[in-house]
Ligand binder design. Sequence first.
Ligand code: AMP
Length: 365
Amino acid sequence: MLIGVLGGGQLGQMLALAGMPLGLRFRFLDPTPNPPAAAVGEVVTGAFEDEAVLAKFAAGVDVVTYEFENVPGASVRWLAQRVPVYPPPQALETGQDRLKEKTAFRELGFAVHDFENVEPGDDGLGAVARLGLPLVAKTRRMGYDGKGQMVLRTAADAARLRATLGDGALLIERLVTFKRELSIIACRGRDGACVTYPLTENVHEGGILRVSRAPAAEVDAATERSARQHAEALLQRLNYVGVLAVELFDTGTELYANEMAPRVHNSGHWTIDGCEVSQFENHCRAVAGLPLGEPGVRGSSVMVNFIGAMPPVAELLKIPGVRVHDYGKEPRAGRKVGHATLVGAGAVLTQTLIAAAANGQIASC
Ligand code: AMP
């Protein structure tokens, strides 16, 4: 079976590495030549908006999926008229629009912080007055890794809203004081069967994920169960097929849903080494119509991202038990170029790995 993947980054590379042993083959569409996934499949180079490029990409593929969610909705719909597309375009469009996303969360009973929609042409000051400072304003579309958002603490901040975030539609929401950030990864097969992975704790710096620990410590059984049930309800509601991640804020008393990613997710990279069946394999199984696998968690995992540059692999491999994933990307400040995972390791080895990642950074990032 040939799987077409929109996007050819490291997520595509890891999908193929998980799917190839199942007999699946991969073709990627990416705007840049020689993306990370070129190492594991054929690449069609061109713009997501270009119908001739889409036609070349779609010719002969059995199913289309994506590893990057900011693909134009129109392109995904064009493809969906010709070949099965999973997750369905409607789910992608929900994930691309913070208003649709938050509304779905609220309707499904997730805890969400108060929010208001601000249409183009509205200065947003009415919403600011109704919600009350402090707030976070976010562009409804195309925001990621903390881009396209600003914190509003004062009236002066609110007055700069449009100058900072532009003229498009915005979502304004309450600034939540949280203890930590968690995420949950869930997967639904074509037959409607679901599996969920344990809650994962994530540490971000500068809007970029640095470290994930799973299963997250100090989560009681009722909280874990509720998070899994909500994630499954979201999958069912979106008639979803594939992996979906939901990012949550843990206030200590409540888990607030912040956003969803309709794709395999960085906070699930630990599942490659820390589970019997990774998020990547389950996503491949789901879109290919194969039975899903129970995750089979092997122990406590810590996943560390390499941002900017890879530390020397020979040095990393001196850490007993480390599993290294180098995406083969050119070093660049702020860029995720690889990650490493330790399963069942103690605090000392974990700190050694985190320090190695910090040393590998490019100074300017
Ligand atoms: P997002 O693009 O929505 O994932 O936001 C990026 C980061 O900004 C999150 O990981 C949080 O650390 C922070 N953030 C986003 N929304 C809020 C909020 N309502 N309250 C507090 N912090 C937030």
